[in-house]
Design a protein around this ligand. Structure first.
Ligand code: FE2
Ligand code: FE2
Length: 164
C-alpha cells in the first residue's frame, strides 16, 4: 500500500476510535443525568464507531499494511444540556464526513483503487450518520426546554435496538 495512503488510513482508524471514546463520554454524562434512553443510544453509537475503526484496521491488515494505533485525546465530559450533547454529536459527524471526503480524494489522487472501494462504504455511512444526528437535533431544537417533551425524546432514543 502507498505510504501516504496508509498513513492517512491509520489517521482515520484513530479518528473512529476517538469517535467511539467521545460517544462513550457522552453516554456517561447522560447516564449521570439520568437520561437513560440517550445514554443507551450513545453507548450503541460508541460501539458502532469502534466497529468502524475495526473495519479499517482489518482492511489495512488485509492489504498487508502496518496498523499504527495512535494516542486518543481525552474526550469532553461536561455538557450544558442533553440537547447540547446531540448538537455536538452532529458537529462531530460533519467533521468526520469532511475527513472521509479528504481521505477519498487522496486515494483518488494516488490511484489507490481498492482503498477507494473500501471508503465508499464510509461515504455512504456518513450520509446515514449525519441524517440520523440531524433528525435528533431537529427534535431537540423543536422542544427547547419543555421537560415532558425532553423525557419523551429520551424514551424514544432508548428504543434504539441496533448499533447501525
Ligand atoms: Fe464512524
Ligand atoms: Fe459516526
Amino acid at each position: 500500500m502507498n505510504a501516504t495512503v496508509l498513513s492517512a488510513i491509520n489517521e482515520q482508524i484513530n479518528s473512529e476510535f476517538e469517535a467511539s471514546y467521545t460517544y462513550l463520554a457522552m453516554s456517561g454524562f447522560c447516564e449521570e443525568q439520568k437520561f437513560l434512553g440517550a445514554a443507551k443510544w450513545l453507548r450503541m453509537q460508541s460501539d458502532e464507531e469502534r466497529l468502524h475503526g475495526l473495519k479499517l484496521f482489518d482492511f489495512v491488515l488485509a492489504r498487508d499494511g502496518k496498523v499504527e494505533l495512535h494516542t486518543i485525546e481525552q474526550p469532553k465530559v461536561g455538557f450544558e444540556s442533553l440537547s447540547a450533547v446531540f448538537e455536538q454529536a452532529l458537529a462531530h459527524e460533519q467533521r468526520v464526513t469532511t475527513e472521509i471526503n479528504a481521505l477519498y480524494e487522496l486515494c483518488f489522487e494516488e490511484k489507490a483503487f481498492a482503498e477507494m472501494t473500501e471508503l465508499q462504504w464510509f461515504l455512504t455511512e456518513q450520509v446515514e450518520e449525519e441524517k440520523t444526528a440531524r433528525e435528533i437535533v431537529a427534535k431537540f431544537r423543536l422542544v427547547k426546554n419543555d421537560p415532558a417533551a425532553i423525557l419523551d425524546l429520551d424514551r424514544e432514543l432508548g428504543a434504539r435496538s441496533v448499533a447501525a
